[in-house]
Design a protein around this ligand. Structure first.
Ligand code: CIR
Length: 251
């Protein structure tokens, strides 16, 4: 499995913030946490492929928002935050080695953090970042490959994947306070702490923030292999674990 990542930018302190108040971010600590995150992915069997650093783009580390990669195609997004749109070309340059690509076109917007793939079903959050047109473009890009694209309203958090992520091929971790659980037609193990629904599945491992021990215990009791990572500095930039990588099989 490939995990595309991008270094923490010198300017991360100027990141976009929607739901959090700005707090100082310790750059060295953020970088150390990011390296430990990459190490956790390597230990889970991923090969890390780094996109070049973008010192002037504060949110570049959150590479998930720039692309959605499926076995058949890579979709280069058009992020909803205008200042984040310059992040996508270097990500596309890397993904072009692995996939054919299509790009979301203006005026539509789509953030990768709003796209949750579960088998042949793709849930897409309609959020502050992803417009109705973005949802429609994703639909027309993917239905030809046999995916069912399901729109989900996201009002209480930044992205769909702030509220729901996959923990298995057919199972989600969901925070019911932020998203309507019925949107997911029966999938789900509910999270029990605020902000605790963002988990990154890497092969048999769930990479998970150390900030949520109760949900971690719930996952472990349910039989999952959990690798904890400390991402407190990245969390101050409203990032979590899925947003720092784009994962896919090389072929
Ligand atoms: C932003 O607001 O765009 C960044 N500060 C955080 C993006 C996090 N992305 C994600 O969860 N997919």
């Amino acid at each position: 499995m490939i995990a595309v990542t991008r270094p923490v930018s010198d300017t991360i302190a100027n990141c976009e913030l929607t739901h959090l108040a700005r707090q100082p971010i310790d750059l060295d600590r953020a970088r150390a946490q990011h390296r430990a995150y990459e190490q956790a992915l390597e230990d889970a069997g991923c090969t890390i492929v780094r996109v070049e650093a973008a010192p002037d783009l504060p949110d570049a580390v959150f590479v998930e928002d720039a692309a959605v990669v499926l076995p058949e195609i890579a979709i280069i997004t058009r992020p909803g935050a205008p200042l984040r749109r310059k992040e996508t070309p270097p990500v596309a340059a890397v993904l072009g080695r692995y996939r054919e690509m299509v790009a979301v076109e203006a005026p539509a917007t789509l953030d990768g953090g709003d796209v949750l793939v579960l088998g042949r079903r793709v849930y897409v959050g309609r959020s502050r970042r992803t417009s109705g047109r973005g949802v429609a473009q994703l639909q027309s890009m993917l239905t030809r490959y046999g995916y069912e694209v399901v729109a989900v309203e996201v009002a209480s958090c930044l992205h769909l994947k702030s509220a729901a992520t996959a923990i298995a091929a057919d199972r989600l971790l969901v925070n019911p306070a932020w998203v309507a659980v019925d949107a997911f037609a029966g999938a789900g193990l509910l999270s029990i702490e605020p902000h605790a629904a963002n988990v990154l599945r890497a092969g048999q491992t769930l990479v998970y923030p150390s900030a949520f021990p109760r949900t971690r215990d719930k996952l472990v009791r349910a039989g999952y292999h959990v690798r904890e990572v400390e991402v407190s500095e990245l969390a101050k930039a409203e990032g979590a674990v899925t947003c720092c990588s784009v994962m896919f099989d090389a072929s």
